[in-house]
Design a protein. Structure first.
Length: 232
């Protein structure tokens, strides 16, 4: 099993993800520079966070149009898991691998703090180790994290159980106060209709060891590794 971690100019969470995959959960992983065109030999992909191309035009817009994204699309079409974290989520929406868009936070500042999230579904390759309804703590760090989609798309995401994480308060309720960026319906993460592409704004790799204040993010990577072992 081998997982590719894509690096663009401006990516800055690549080595954190590499550390979690290799040192914390013992999976085989490698960073791949965006100029590589092939991802043959890889069974899964992480598009990590950062500021690819300085967030120029729109966050993720330039990275989404690089040749390696054709290979990421191929991996996704093969049913292999693709995980986009923060800037990675922005890139996956810009590449149209995921619905909707990430727009400037309602209060237009960079926000960097812990959030509580409710796991809305355990039936994805990335959340199989969670319980539906479980409330977990993961940090956010973004300026363009407001999830937006047109009403019919939102309805479809709900109907198909594609909303994976929602920002909630300490009691597990998706209130306005618990919503750090104005995301519609408090959405923090979604999957595609085939369920093998996940994007989320919070950073599970920054909460994968208890010394960091939470190790609950680790289960995202462990679930992904289980899925690869079982299927590929
Ligand atoms: N941590 C990140 O990936 C940053 C996300 C993005 N560049 C933003 O600020 O919106």
């Amino acid at each position: 099993m081998k997982i590719a971690i894509i690096q663009f100019g401006g990516t800055n969470c690549d080595l954190d993800v590499l550390h979690v995959l290799k040192d914390v959960i013992g999976a085989d992983a490698e960073t791949v520079w965006y100029k590589e065109e092939s991802l043959s030999g890889f069974d899964g992909v992480v598009v990590p966070g950062g500021f690819s191309y300085g967030d120029y035009l729109r966050a993720g817009a330039i990275a989404a149009r690089t040749p390696i994204m054709d290979s990421v699309k191929k991996i996704a079409a093969e049913g292999k898991p693709v995980l986009g974290i923060c800037n990675g989520f922005q890139i996956l929406t810009e590449a149209r691998l995921l619905e909707g868009a990430l727009t400037t936070n309602e209060y237009p500042k960079f926000r960097c703090h812990w959030t509580s999230l409710r796991v809305e579904t355990a039936s994805t390759p990335f959340t199989s180790r969670f319980r539906k309804g479980e409330v977990i703590k993961l940090p956010i760090a973004h300026m363009e994290g407001k999830f937006y989609a047109e009403e019919p798309t939102l309805a479809e995401l709900d109907e198909n159980d594609q909303v994976v994480f929602r920002y909630v308060d300490e009691k597990g309720r998706p209130t306005d106060k618990a919503n750090p960026n104005g995301s519609l319906e408090n959405i923090a993460g979604i999957v595609n209709s085939s369920r093998n592409v996940l994007g989320l704004m919070p950073h599970p790799e920054r909460a994968s060891e208890s010394i960091l204040g939470s190790d609950q993010g680790r289960k995202v990577f462990e679930s992904m590794a289980d899925y690869i072992t079982e299927n590929f």
